[in-house]
Design a protein around this ligand. Structure first.
Ligand SMILES: Nc1ncnc2c1ncn2[C@@H]1O[C@H](COP(=O)(O)OP(=O)(O)O)[C@@H](O)[C@H]1O
Ligand SMILES: [Mg+2]
Length: 252
């Protein structure tokens, strides 16, 4: 029996008497790219914070590699939508990326070499000495991703990470994150309210219905990789998935 990288069993979360997530069961397989899609307010961020170990569920179980999640772990890195608030504005780009190395006690020269290797990978080596506020939104989000990778996580938890970017930058970053996830064999939980983004990126898509948040459907995407912004999105399979999810979300 394979053990999922992450498992939720009968997971519920309420704030006071407001039930936000109601008895959710799902599994994220090792190395899988799982998209979670749902309308605004259905509990996506709450679910991600639970997976990160930033809060405790009201009831039910959450497991990482078969062990109860009882707090944040370096194994699970989080990428937030709001890159401008997640980077430290007074630190240079490379020292933002090197944060994880500092907490591991790695000497400065090595921190710099390793941070620049990640920046290079993200096409950012020319701006390592800049401050975050001097970069475009797309570049800042790349810095945040590089900083997460520095943690060498086994799981990346991403909360609408490309939601604030323009369409073209967003597509470029979608392809980069796909490539990185495959290359590093990292498990990804990717939250979005964009149906097409969920399908384009995911091995599977979990669709949440609101009030209270619960799983409406889990869909296996099955589109060949690497995916292509033009041709993948034009395949009958892609369109069928889009149709299906769109109808589901309209129904609820
Ligand atoms: N810390 C909190 N205290 C009280 N209510 C909260 C808290 N966090 C989220 N909520 C409520 O939970 C619901 C789901 O929020 P959220 O998980 O942010 O949804 P989404 O990310 O899908 O837009 C909302 O009604 C929100 O107001
Ligand atoms: Mg949210």
């Amino acid at each position: 029996m394979t053990q999922g990288a992450l498992q939720a069993r009968q997971l519920s979360m309420a704030f006071g008497d407001h039930v936000v997530l109601d008895k959710i069961d799902f599994e994220v397989r090792d190395g899988e790219f799982l998209s979670i899609v749902g309308p605004s307010g259905c509990g996506k961020t709450t679910l991600l914070r639970l997976l990160a170990g930033l809060m405790e569920p009201t009831s039910g179980e959450l497991l990482a590699n078969g062990k109860k999640i009882d707090g944040p772990s370096r194994d699970r890195a989080i990428v937030f939508q709001d890159y401008s608030r997640s980077l430290l504005p007074w630190r240079s780009v490379w020292t933002n990326v090197a944060l994880a190395f500092e907490s591991q006690g790695i000497p400065r020269a090595e921190r710099k070499t390793r941070a620049y290797a990640l920046l290079e990978r993200m096409g950012l080596s020319a701006v390592g000495e800049y401050f975050p506020g001097q970069l475009s939104g797309g570049m800042q989000q790349r810095v945040q991703i590089a900083r997460c990778l520095a943690q060498e996580p086994t799981v990346m938890l991403m909360d609408e990470p490309f939601g604030a970017l323009d369409a073209l930058t967003r597509q470029t970053l979608q392809d980069e994150i796909s490539r990185l996830a495959a290359e590093r064999k990292v498990t990804v939980v990717f939250i979005t309210h964009d149906l097409e983004e969920a399908i384009y990126l995911g091995d599977r898509v979990v669709a949440l219905a609101p009030n209270p948040g619960r799983i409406a459907e889990t869909l296996s995407v099955g589109l060949a990789r690497p995916r292509n912004q033009l041709t993948t999105r034009e395949t009958p399979e892609f369109l069928a998935h889009r149709h299906r999810l769109f109808k589901l979300l309209i129904e609820h």
